[in-house]
Design a binder for this molecule. Structure first.
Ligand code: ADP
Ligand code: NI
Length: 219
């Protein structure tokens, strides 16, 4: 298979596998991440095939929805890519991206300069889909899936409660903005990713301001 055929066949595989995934992690999320990744890759000296396959396969099997099994995604990707004859080096690089990409794994990890550029690009592309208008939609969608409140003025978003108490409180979705969404702009790897993240960050701030003002019946 040539590169185009490999990418096309991976798209088909991912579409089929993510068929019934919830909206925050469905094929359209993957498609947006793939498009963002190609955009960011233009400014970087990267192996575009590794970036493409990493983006397409990054959420192939989220551990959250598979009993916490962190290995299932990389394993499925490896099996698939090997079955269509992708070379070993590319397979390893793509699987490394899938293993490392989650926000959780990036906390306290090596400095970003030590990570492969292909991983940095895909990670940025995934993070961009968690902020801005789409990011807001995904957060409330996820909260709805978990039957969470939109907001609760008694559980202050900035409150630094311990993890267990927070879990029991079943944190309102607005809290997720402070836990994750507003932190992402400072965690971007690439200059192009950072620039887009800053614009989307401003949008989040504007959104929150409007949210509180409507909540309080101000306007
Ligand atoms: P991804 O794997 O695509 O990087 P996650 O699996 O961490 O992202 O989350 C998927 C989407 O659900 C993201 O948009 C994220 O912001 C949102 N999300 C994750 N956890 C929460 C939460 N506790 N409350 C609201 N939204 C959440
Ligand atoms: Ni993702």
């Amino acid at each position: 298979m040539n590169t185009t055929e490999i990418v096309e066949s991976t798209i088909e595989f991912v579409k089929e596998t993510l068929g019934d995934a919830e909206a925050g992690h469905d094929w359209f999320h993957t498609q947006r991440v793939f498009n963002n990744a190609l955009l960011l890759a233009r400014d970087e000296e990267v192996d575009v095939l590794v970036v493409s396959l990493g983006a397409l396969l990054h959420d192939i099997a989220d551990a959250k929805f598979h009993g916490g099994d962190e290995n299932i995604g990389p394993r499925m990707a490896r099996e698939f890519l090997t079955s269509i004859g992708v070379d070993k080096k590319t397979v390893s690089e793509v699987c490394f991206i899938i293993e490392e990409i989650s926000f959780k794994n990036s906390i306290g990890r090596k400095r970003k300069g030590e990570l492969p550029l292909e991983l940095q690009v895909v990670q940025d592309a995934d993070r961009l889909d968690a902020i801005g208008a789409i990011g807001i939609a995904r957060a409330f969608h996820y909260g709805g899936h978990k039957n969470r409140k939109l907001y609760d003025p008694d559980i202050s978003p900035n409150l630094k409660m311990d993890k267990e108490t927070y879990k029991k409180s079943d944190g309102p979705t607005i809290n997720h903005f402070y836990e994750k969404l507003l932190l992402l702009k400072d965690r971007m790897n690439t200059p192009a990713g950072k620039k887009i993240a800053e614009e989307r960050h401003e949008f989040l701030l504007h959104y929150l301001e409007q949210f509180y003002s409507e909540w309080n019946g101000e306007r």
